[in-house]
Design a protein. Structure first.
Length: 439
């Protein structure tokens, strides 16, 4: 593929059905024999796993707030060999932050414009008909330089409803690429962080097959393919992030799975060996690993199992005497002293850090983070600036260790979740996306 022909699947807001459209479209196009490259705009570590299940090709995040031009270029090279790129937006099309990041404000519109991908706007027409066209027209006109492919009308109640909605779109000259009837069985299970993980879905393959059948029946796939455009793929590939060590023991199960795909791809590309292990199965990390990395996930749903995982915890303690251990969000909590679940039960965690967190006292933490390290951590030097994203509901009850970093939100306001450092052990509440590079 010399050019990255593709489309951005977006919407006026969250909850309009774009994930259903995305998964159905990925599978429907793949079933036609196309090599489909999925992407996710913005900081999401759950959707890419669903994309992979649908397209059978790894999905990658593109994030204009967190990523510089070099990293965006490196990630775009993951489309090498694909016939078409399909990206899923986050929130509403133009939603981002107020303060510019490395290359932009983090909106799906920025991603689409940078890559040259026309927008397919999924519009929920429930409770309206012709008026939906005013919404679509506003989104098209908001940025005239953004390529706009058309709309897919979702949750249409009847043939009459469809006719009226089409009248409005015809009136303003916006192509209708598909009309999806209202169906209550086309939603994915959710929990407090959004969708459940792909590995937890009781029958994900059947669900995706159903979405693809639904899309084939109600969406003009030929028009979708014809609408795809894109810029030329850069000739020279930039580098993905480097690994923190040569041999990385990576926790990987239903409790720990939130790692950005471009990080893992970069680690492997640089020749690092990733050795997965399961804390939930009470597996110890590989004794020969240079570093142990505990990603985020849902330790609060498995706190009792983790508390009883003596082999896992003993392996952590042995490793931490001489080599780095790092945890992100859920992994950070698992390295702490204790985790209190939503029912108020206290569970003993690894105790390598003094952190005590509670889900009984829930507090929502969400947003981009920029961190400047006070001390070195796994593979990173002191004073290194990092970009990441925080998303959890836990409350800190105790955090007695030295702060790992000075941490700021997207507007450069300090946040109290500084992470912790004790000996060779470190942890952060934000999920690492990249480290800033000096020009």
């Amino acid at each position: 593929m010399t050019e990255m022909r593709g489309l951005m699947i977006s919407a006026p807001s969250s909850g309009t059905g774009k994930t259903t459209v995305m998964l159905g479209l990925l599978r429907a196009l793949a079933d036609e024999g196309l090599n489909v490259q999925p992407f996710k705009s913005g900081p999401d570590y759950i959707d890419p796993a669903f994309h992979f299940a649908a397209a059978k090709r790894a999905s990658f995040n593109l994030d204009t707030w967190a990523m510089d031009e070099q990293l965006l270029t490196a990630i775009s090279h993951q489309a090498q060999g694909a016939d078409i790129c399909i990206a899923e937006g986050s929130m509403g099309l133009y939603d981002g932050v107020a303060t510019r990041g490395q290359t932009g404000f983090g909106s799906s519109a920025e991603t689409a414009q940078r890559m040259g991908w026309p927008v397919v706007l999924v519009v929920d027409v429930g409770g309206q008909a012709q008026s939906a066209a005013a919404t679509a027209l506003g989104f098209q006109a908001y940025n005239p330089e953004l390529p706009f492919a058309g709309v897919i009308l979702n949750r249409c109640a009847s043939p009459r409803h469809e006719r009226l909605a089409r009248v409005g779109m015809d009136h303003v000259g916006i192509p209708v690429l598909g009309v999806l009837p209202r169906r209550g069985d086309l939603t994915l299970p959710e929990r407090h962080l959004g969708l459940i993980q792909a590995v937890e879905h009781p029958d994900l393959e059947a669900a995706i097959t159903g979405y693809a059948d639904f899309l084939r029946e109600h969406v003009d796939l030929e028009a979708i393919k014809d609408a795809a455009l894109g810029h030329a793929l850069p000739t020279a590939a930039a580098q993905l992030p480097k690994p923190p060590a040569q041999r990385i023991a990576l926790a990987r199960d239903a409790a720990f799975s939130f790692t950005y795909p471009h990080l893992l791809a970069g680690w492997r590309e640089a020749g690092a060996e990733i050795i997965p292990f399961s804390p939930l199965a009470d597996e110890a990390p590989d004794a020969s690993a240079d570093v142990i990395w505990l990603p985020g996930g849902y330790p609060e749903l498995h706190a009792g199992t983790l508390a009883a995982a003596s082999t896992f915890k003993a392996g952590l303690h042995k490793h931490a005497k001489t080599r780095p251990v790092h945890g992100e969000c859920g992994g950070y909590m698992a390295l702490g002293e204790a985790l209190i679940d939503k029912d108020g039960n206290r569970h003993q965690m690894a105790g390598l850090l003094g952190l005590v967190t509670s889900y009984e006292k829930r507090k929502f933490h969400l947003g981009y983070r920029r961190a400047v390290l006070n001390e070195a951590m796994a593979g990173l030097d002191a004073n290194q600036a990092l970009r990441g994203h925080e998303f959890h509901y836990s409350t800190i009850l105790e955090q007695p260790d030295a702060p790992l970093a000075q941490v700021f939100d997207a507007d450069a306001n300090p946040v109290p979740e500084t992470g912790s450092k004790r000996g060779h052990v470190s942890g952060t509440f934000f999920h690492l996306i990249t480290q800033e590079t000096s020009e």
